[in-house]
Design a protein around this ligand. Structure first.
Ligand SMILES: [Zn+2]
Length: 284
């Protein structure tokens, strides 16, 4: 009887239900058929758990690929937001420029009036006319000063806005670089994972061919209904690895004996023991 050292280690923990004795079933006469049942069930469970490992890896790849486009979308949204802000500031700068131009025009008009009043002062007939013109000149001079003050304020506001625009433009430049890198990364990952996924899909197909129809249907049905895509789960810390409900010791023992396929009484997932788990090579 060829057994791996791993199986021999497990043997003392197995209790033969027909004799109630511990030890290798080889010593028990009717053990030959039981042994074959055990091997058949064990084979089925191993095949199912292998299929689960492959399908889980496919699920993971799809999840990664699903998240990257979201990161790209986030960056694109951020860039759009920055562009909108810059556009808004540019419009405000244009408005301020128009305001300054308007003030310059009114300064020119006031200066023309001042010149006109000054020349009129040369030809006045009395003091009253002279004083009246002086008041007009004074008023226009104040108008010019007021406009100049406004121009200084607008100019300062423009400088501040231009500085902000520069900062946003620098940020925008950086984000565009990030987006470019993220897009390249996405392209690489898509190409890379497509290849990996194709290979895994091929393995999954082959593995499915090795599982009897009734069992495969059950596997696919459980997997579709399970949110995490897990149909075959290990017993971990005395609990179902799928729903985390406790499994009674007797049931755990039955699972370890590989006499029949046992499902979790809470979630319906197929349960496997550590023996099956360690016999399936983990996928990188
Ligand atoms: Zn469960």
């Amino acid at each position: 009887m060829a057994k791996s050292s791993k199986t021999e280690e497990e043997v003392p923990r197995q209790i033969n239900p027909s004799t109630g004795t511990e030890g290798s079933p080889v010593a028990v006469p009717e053990s030959a058929s039981e042994e074959s049942v055990e091997l058949t069930v064990k084979k089925k469970l191993t095949a199912l758990f292998t299929l689960q490992a492959i399908d889980t890896q496919i699920d993971k790849i799809r999840a990664i690929r699903g998240e990257l486009p979201l990161e790209v979308q986030d960056l694109e949204d951020e860039i759009e937001g920055l562009e909108t802000r810059i556009e808004k500031f540019r419009q405000e700068l244009k408005d301020l420029e128009a305001e300054i131009a308007g003030k310059k025009v009114s300064i020119g008009e006031s200066q023309d009036l001042i010149k006109k009043y000054e020349s009129q002062q040369m030809n006045v007939r009395n003091n009253r006319e002279y004083d009246s013109l002086s008041k007009e000149i004074e008023f226009q001079t104040l108008e010019v000063q007021l406009s100049e003050k406004k121009i200084r304020e607008f100019t300062a506001a423009m400088e501040l806005k231009e500085e902000t625009v520069k900062q946003i433009e620098a940020e925008l430049e950086e984000r565009r670089g990030d987006l470019e890198a993220k897009k390249n990364e996405l392209d690489d990952i898509i190409a890379e994972t497509r290849k990996e996924e194709e290979l895994l899909a091929e393995s999954s197909k082959k593995q499915k061919a090795a599982i009897e129809g009734r069992l495969l249907t059950a596997y696919q049905r459980i997997r579709e209904n399970a949110r995490n895509g897990l149909a075959v789960v290990p017993v971990e810390r005395d609990a179902c690895g799928g729903c985390f409900n406790k499994i009674p010791p007797q049931r755990q023992l039955d699972i370890r004996l590989h006499k029949k396929i046992i499902v979790c009484e809470y979630c319906g997932r197929i349960l496997v023991d550590s023996d099956i788990v360690s016999s399936v090579e983990p996928l990188s």
